[in-house]
Design a protein around this ligand. Structure first.
Ligand SMILES: NC(=O)c1ccc[n+]([C@@H]2O[C@H](COP(=O)([O-])OP(=O)(O)OC[C@H]3O[C@@H](n4cnc5c(N)ncnc54)[C@H](O)[C@@H]3O)[C@@H](O)[C@H]2O)c1
Length: 362
């Protein structure tokens, strides 16, 4: 393996997950050499490059993780595929639909796996809920209300610069709830979007919870530019008739952070709601999370609370990527899922700019 970009997500997720899965990362690349060297030292990686193209030249590297700012996803992924590597690229797939489609086509032509880092698909509540949905327990799913809202938690640096990130909380965090919810309801295709975006806080001083990019944390840039939204809401219509709403914010005057997906089906509904105190119980001194399902049994309304323990979803994602490369697992997410999500992201900004509903053509 090789890891390109050794910032926050490489350190938090990719490098430790490869180690845990028993895969050998033989080289890392980052334009900030000291950071790459620090990560190489921390994770016993033999070689450091400042030019990722040197890493891609190595024949002993079969696959790479691409963990760089969003505007570099497309060029680096295209180079990696051209060099014959399988690729796990962080979300969002790209800066726009045209880039995402070019990446998908390049992977098909190269005969290589291209996966987008939708780690939330590996949340245990999502895995359990999907089993129930696939067992037919929900009937016809027709509405999904999703949200990813932080009270205070905007990332700084390249994340808040439109030309480097492509957008604000929609592409950074809203994408996760939209993607795992679309996965849950059977991966329908979007047909239209109405959305609005706002910037009411920008780079406001915060007491806690700021997610800094590595460059800001290390004093290499000041993080003062903030030309993306800090709040958005969207209404997305899918080709199977399902409607999904999204509310997402890096900063909002709400009582607490929320990550939620409330599904309505003709036979049952469900509520995923991370951080909600009533979605927890204590078992043997440890917190157990609860997935709530609302249904009917024997002519009575009935609530089910399905217990689960949280896992590090990135580790599960990387084990899956390795399993797909080895051929022991069928992919649960493909480049197409990244393309579909990119089409939604583009439509959100187009609709917000034009103040109208826009058609989505994937
Ligand atoms: N799945 C998730 O939960 C999750 C969480 C955080 C970030 N991300 C995604 O991961 C990606 C990286 O985010 P981050 O938080 O690690 O950012 P970061 O700024 O901390 O790290 C990015 C790294 O890329 C390096 N880089 C920049 N240009 C490069 C180049 N040309 N070649 C090699 N390295 C280069 C930077 O020096 C930096 O070390 C983004 O796409 C982001 O959306 C995903």
């Amino acid at each position: 393996m090789g890891v390109i970009g050794t910032g926050l997500i490489a350190d938090f997720a990719h490098l430790p997950a490869y180690r845990e899965a028993g895969a050998t990362v033989v080289a890392v690349a980052d334009v900030v050499e000291s950071r790459a060297a620090r990560m190489a030292n921390k994770y016993d990686v033999a070689q450091v490059y400042t030019d990722y193209r040197r890493l891609l030249e190595r024949k002993d590297i079969e696959a790479v993780s691409v963990c760089v700012p969003n505007y570099l996803h497309a060029p680096i992924v295209l180079d990696a595929l051209a060099a014959g590597k399988h690729v796990l690229v962080e979300k969002p797939m790209a800066m726009n639909l045209a880039e995402a489609k070019a990446m998908e086509v390049a992977a098909e032509r190269a005969g290589r796996i291209l996966m987008v880092g939708f780690n939330s698909r590996f949340r245990p509540d999502v895995v359990k809920l999907r089993r129930l949905i696939q067992a037919g327990k929900f009937g016809d799913l027709y509405f999904a209300e999703t949200g990813y809202i932080r009270r205070r938690g905007y990332p700084s640096g390249w994340f808040t610069v439109k030309a480097e990130s492509g957008g604000g909380p929609v592409v950074d965090i809203g994408i996760h709830v939209m993607d795992f919810t679309r996965y849950l309801v059977g991966s329908p295709l979007p047909v239209s979007v109405v959305a609005t975006t706002q910037n009411k806080f920008g780079a406001c001083p915060v007491e806690d919870g700021t997610w800094e990019s590595s460059d800001v944390r290390e004093g290499l840039r000041d993080g003062k530019v903030f030309d993306v939204e800090d709040f958005a809401t969207a209404w997305i219509r899918f080709d199977n008739g399902l409607v999904m709403t999204l509310t997402t914010a890096w900063t909002a005057n709400v009582p607490r952070d929320r990550v939620y997906s409330n599904l309505l089906g003709s036979l049952a509904g469900a509520s995923i709601d991370s951080y909600h105190p009533i979605h927890k119980r204590s078992e043997g001194g440890a917190d157990v999370e609860l997935l709530d399902v609302y249904t009917e049994e024997a002519g009575m309304v009935c609530d089910m609370a399905i217990p689960y323990r949280n896992v590090v979803t990135h580790c599960a994602e990387i084990r899956h990527f390795l399993g797909v490369i080895e051929g022991s697992e069928a992919p649960i997410m493909t480049a197409r899922d990244g393309v579909v999500m990119q089409a939604i992201l583009d439509a959100v900004y187009q609709s917000a700019d034009q103040h109208r509903e826009v058609a989505v053509v994937v």
